[in-house]
Write a protein that binds this ligand. Sequence first.
Ligand code: CTP
Length: 400
Amino acid sequence: MLKGKRILLGITGSIAAYKTVFLVRLLVIAGAEVRVIITPSAKDFVSTLTLATLSKNKVLVDLADEDTWANHVMLGRWADVMLIAPLSCNSLSKLANGICDNLLMAAYLSATCPVIVAPAMDEDMWHHRSTIKNIETLKEFGHTTITVGTGELASGLFGEGRMAEPKDIVTFLEEKFFRSELLKGKSVLVTAGPTLEAIDPVRFIGNHSSGKMGIALAEAFYTLGADVKLVCGPIKNTVCYEGIEVLKITSAAEMYDVCISVFPSINIAVLAAAVADYTPRIVSENKIKKNEKIFQLELIKTKDILQTLGTVKREDQILVGFALETNNELENAIRKLETKNADLIVLNSLNDEFAGFEKDTNKVTVLDRNGSSFPFEAKSKKLVAIDIVDLIIKKLNDKV
Ligand code: CTP
């Protein structure tokens, strides 16, 4: 998590500098403290006033400004990380060769914190042997390079050399640099999304689950250091951290098999998927033709994953289920908590304007096996996930 992290952002002269406006905004939203140093040539590409407004700090350009001297040594000591984005070909060469001709280079040369660079240049420059050598030198210095992207370049050509997108840079920082160790060594299973039950090779029975809540939970556990397995049905949304192991399934039976096989090695399982309760008894080998006026489909019950895990659950394992209800919400949720032997049930109601499929918000009440209940305000699914994970951590601590 980036909350409270101090990021010294160095911006050099490249057209990609305009993207730093979004980068600073995303870093600040994520809770980071941001201070910006910009090279004189980068000022042509992005306004210092915009950057100062967004970062809530004066943007530094020169070593001396009228009667004040910018303390480049302290800037490098203040920061938890120095991020140079975009890093132009020219500034890359200066970093690799220790050339100290502006404030950014002085701050870099005196920085004691880790350094990350996000290069941006045209494809031919990126592939030049001199650039390859300079990137190699930064690696030898112990710095990290965020790989360039492929796409349209300032030259109008298409190819490699684009600065990584701001959201990917933020994800990189969250995942590679500031991942907490609170849940290190813990294995977490999260299920998400719908399951699709085949009727014939063309059709299926499904539901509207977007998987957003399950993804938010998997990401929250991951940022706290857990090993996370996300078993998910077909969804268009994706996790933002590479380190989350995504196990894709289609049907309820496939989700059941994966969950049963991984559960013995799991410490915490949160089943947020909208699993089909019924599946066609027979899947037609060929596409069903519309010959009949009334067509009847015979459905059989799927196996209940949560209930099965509840019967094999060990004392040291935490099992959490969801209950999405439309009526008699509390009563139904309590019944599920008990019959499925879960430690916690997260209740959300489709009658609530903030809850439901595809929404980015949710409003939940978490019910504990010991009788307590925790109602939460409506908030983004990301924040709801953090509330649920906090309760699970308390529960885990109670068990040890
Ligand atoms: N669940 C499951 N396997 C199933 C059905 C549901 O693991 N075959 C899990 C869900 O992932 C959720 C919880 O059970 O964590 C409750 O799911 P829900 O659909 O709300 O309830 P059901 O038990 O299916 O009961 P009903 O549809 O009658 O409300």
